[in-house]
Design a protein around this ligand. Structure first.
Ligand SMILES: [Zn+2]
Length: 68
């Protein structure tokens, strides 16, 4: 990670998709709620993985594509 990187100065925040490990703008990501050890845990994934059907373990909820 370059030291020049600063999230504060960067309007286009990015995150890492848990499913495909790609760096993705957070605007193109969704957080899917799963559960781990009985606790709710959020998994940030990119829209293309979510649309492909990726779901976290223990996923309980409804995912609606932002494309619609
Ligand atoms: Zn992905």
């Amino acid at each position: 990670m370059p030291s020049a990187f600063s999230a504060k100065d960067n309007k286009a925040l990015v995150g890492i998709c848990l499913a495909c490990q790609k760096t993705t703008p957070t605007a193109l990501m969704v957080s899917l709620a799963g559960s781990e050890n009985g606790r709710r845990k959020y998994h940030p994934v990119c829209l293309s993985c979510a649309d492909k059907g990726w779901r976290p373990p223990g996923f309980s909820g409804v995912y609606q594509s932002r494309y619609e």
